[in-house]
Design a protein around this ligand. Structure first.
Ligand code: BGC
Length: 759
């Protein structure tokens, strides 16, 4: 495509997005036949021309593996090639509306385009011609396209506290998806990460609903600015199972559901999110895929969502086989459609559309109900521009130089995410002119930098590593002037390996420091379930053995959940949380270690100290009660919001514009950040609030705002916050949101001020 055509193409997509935004605002209209504009005219004429079988097919989403050559859809024959016989059957006989996933591994962009074009060509031949809506999980960049830039995973992005950066990354990912012909992204995760045992904790934006909401909106709007549909997932309450294990029951009182878990979805819906994916699990004994109160009452009627609701993987069937709330698959289909789903991720079994047809013919589901879902699906296809242009254009803006720019943004994000948590005796930064010794099981692993959903679902197959991407040790070697001595260790190293590592370190006694890369290798979903919350004993032993030499030891943690590791942190002189920083993470870590980058990440979660201790920062007073009646029993290893840097930053002069406010006022607060150090710095400054007396026990602190600011050495900046008094409320005893007049303390760091709200 030439530049002009390309701009036009992008504009068309922007136009579509503008239309969906407008349409989301007047959502109920989508369910009613109004044919006064081209969009409605197309939707209504297409729907009108469809048989019941075609409508049921439109609601069916098949995994790509089921259309590839081979007998097992989950392990298609290599190299992956479409089996045109299967494609024709799926499209012409079963009338499927949507395809997802990548077979079982990444493709080049060119291969994606060929595959999608072949599919769309077959779909264009059916009548009425509805294009295939293709969805993928591109959760940290286009992670199923080889060579695409890979950013930090969401937990690392949360540590940047930078919505603009999240927007830019999401827009870049979306452009890759558009180029591939897969304009539906199953991202972002809007689940609030309240329990670090949950194996998908790293896929969240952390533990605070406001942070998740702000970054979630940035991800949704960034994605959709490029004409790609974002997916809010997983509606609702998926992230806090009682067992800590994936896809196990959650028990969440309605008040807490509204207080903690609903706000990110509400914000994303208001921002125009086009699609939603449903929680595979159950809340309070009801599988969410069967929960009409949640999927229709809350999602559509209360929150006003008018877009497309897709199930998660095979989840209608699981109402029978796992949840046991339906006796037959047909009953389960009825249940899920009544509850409010529009599309079923089947993902390989084509019985679903036939069951939908039977249910309508038997009068168990009305055809009007089916029409409502099909309208929503067709609306997304139209809004993404697929009706006008279903196959990716011949040329596209995603070329090597564009990708280099995107990699740079990923590097910036990784740099802003890396969180310095301990720096005893100013061990860091290190001098890049002096030798260092590096070891640990994640030092030389791209997988450890990237985490799950990288090249493959679990992210563990090195065949799909991005060519040219650097592991942490490679990045250190390429950027360090002094020698970098690397002692390689596998994840399952033992006492003999530790002894050998210590011998090797002693042999390189010119090394100023030992840098040890700790953490874990990738996983997602149930594969990440782990009943152990401690850091592996061998990693603690390695740190302690190196520290026993008397040398300085710096630990870098690469992983998605905070392991209990008090002893290891105690033995370390410096400790850096790297999260899952993506392909540019090694370079970012090297730059932080050398001081080329002054760290500015801040923890988006509370890091527990002991095995049995887990409490979020917004806990209640009684949760911190000690035997002596003091409120001192909250003692995490690192607090929510923690993050050090190499400057001397000081917060002073915290003020509000008034002392007494009315309910409709906005509090204007200000604080000054002084940099008394020798280096320019960036910092994230958090504003917290505390309600003195409330009819629902108030949290000790709640996040009320945050700002990321830059401050030059020797200079000061004033930081302004606007906090509507309405934000100081909570979900009350009657489940309605309320702001109760009275006194509130506002806090920035250790500075506090008290204000009053009039009745
Ligand atoms: C995951 C979803 C994902 C879907 C499609 C499921 O197993 O729970 O997050 O979007 O698969 O790949």
């Amino acid at each position: 495509m030439q530049a002009d055509e390309c701009t036009l193409h992008t504009m068309n997509r922007h136009w579509s997005i503008w239309m969906i935004a407008t349409c989301v605002a007047c959502t109920p209209a989508l369910d009613m036949p109004v044919a006064s504009d081209p969009r409605s005219a197309w939707i209504e004429s297409t729907l009108g021309a469809m048989t019941l079988e075609q409508k049921a097919g439109e609601m069916t989403q098949l995994t790509l593996g089921a259309l590839l050559e081979g007998t097992n859809p989950y392990e298609p024959t290599e190299p992956h090639r479409l089996d045109l016989e299967k494609v024709r059957k799926a499209v012409e006989t079963y009338h499927i509306g949507s395809v997802l996933n990548c077979g079982n591994h990444a493709f080049t962009l060119e291969r994606w385009r060929e595959l999608v074009s072949q599919l769309q060509t077959v779909a264009a031949e059916r009548f009425p011609a509805t294009p295939i809506l293709y969805g993928v999980d591109a959760v940290h960049g286009a992670n199923y396209t080889t060579g695409a830039a890979l950013s930090p995973q969401q937990i690392g992005l949360a540590a940047t506290w930078n919505p603009e950066l999240v927007y830019d990354l999401a827009a870049g990912t979306a452009l890759e998806l558009q180029a591939a012909g897969t304009p539906w992204n199953f991202a972002p995760i809007l689940d609030v990460g309240r329990d670090p045992r949950w194996p998908r904790f790293w896929e969240t934006f952390g533990e605070d609903p406001m942070l998740v909401s702000r970054l979630g909106v940035a991800a949704v709007t960034g994605t959709q600015s490029m004409g790609v549909a974002a997916t809010m997932k997983h509606f609702l309450g998926y992230s806090m199972p009682l067992t800590g294990k994936d896809r196990t029951p959650a028990w969440i009182p309605e008040r807490q559901l509204h207080e903690i878990f609903v706000p990110p979805f509400r914000a994303a819906i208001e921002a125009g999110a086009m699609t939603v994916m449903i929680n595979s699990s159950e809340i309070n004994g009801i599988p969410v895929h069967s929960d009409e109160a949640l999927l229709t009452g809350l999602l559509r009627e209360e929150l006003g969502f008018g877009g497309l609701a897709v199930t998660d993987w095979e989840d209608i069937k699981y109402l029978v086989h796992r949840h046991k709330v339906a006796a037959t698959y047909k009953d389960a289909v009825e249940m899920a459609i009544r509850a409010g789903i529009d599309m079923s991720m089947v993902p390989a079994d084509l019985k679903f559309p036939a069951l939908v047809v039977e249910l309508v013919r038997e009068g168990r589901i009305s055809e009007d109900r089916i029409d409502a879902s099909v309208r929503r699906i067709l609306a997304v296809k139209w809004d993404l521009g697929l009706v006008a242009e279903s196959t990716p254009p011949a040329e596209h803006v995603v070329d090597a130089s564009w990708r280099a720019g995107q990699r740079q943004t990923c590097l910036e994000a990784a740099e802003q995410s890396i969180t310095l948590l301990k720096n005893a005796s100013q061990t860091l930064p290190l001098s890049a002119n002096r030798p260092i010794w590096v070891s640990g099981p994640t030092a030389h692993s791209l997988a450890a930098l990237n985490g799950g959903w990288t090249g493959t679902w679990q992210g563990t197959d090195p065949r799909y590593d991005t060519p040219g991407a650097l592991t942490a040790v490679e990045a250190l070697k390429s950027s360090w002037n002094g020698d970098v001595f690397h002692f390689d260790l596998e994840m399952d190293f033992d006492a003999d390996d530790i002894a050998a590592a210590v011998r090797d370190f002693r042999q390189h006694n010119g090394a100023q420091v030992a840098v040890v890369f700790l953490g874990e290798l990738p996983y997602t979903e149930m594969a990440g379930n782990d009943e152990e919350v401690q850091l592996n004993a061998n990693q603690t032993a390695l740190v302690e053995a190196l520290a026993a030499t008397g040398a300085s030891v710096v630990g870098v943690y690469l992983g998605g959940r905070p392991r209990r590791m008090e002893a290891a942190v105690e033995a370390l002189d410096g400790f850096i949380m790297g999260y899952l920083p993506g392909n540019e993470g090694g370079t970012a870590i090297a730059r932080v270690l050398s001081g080329a980058v002054n760290p500015s990440g801040h923890l988006p979660f509370t890091w527990p100290r002991k095995s049995g201790a887990h409490l979020t920062y917004d806990h209640k007073y009684t949760e911190t009660l000690d035997l002596d009646s003091s409120f001192t029993a909250f003692n995490p290893l690192f607090e929510f919001g923690s993050g050090l840097n190499y400057s001397t930053l000081e917060l002073v002069d915290f003020q509000t514009d008034q002392i007494v406010y009315n309910l409709q006022d906005t509090i204007r607060a200000q604080v000054t950040l002084r940099n008394a150090g020798q280096r320019a710095a960036e910092d994230v400054v958090h504003l917290y609030s505390h309600d003195h007396v409330a009819s629902i026990t108030p949290s000790v602190w709640r996040l009320a705002g945050f700002e990321r600011v830059a401050v030059q050495a020797g200079e000061s900046v004033d930081i302004a916050y606007e906090l509507p008094v309405q934000q100081l409320g909570f979900v009350g005893r009657d489940l309605a949101y309320v702001v109760e007049p009275g006194d509130f303390t506002l806090r920035i760091d250790s500075l506090t001020t008290t204000i009053s709200v009039n009745p």
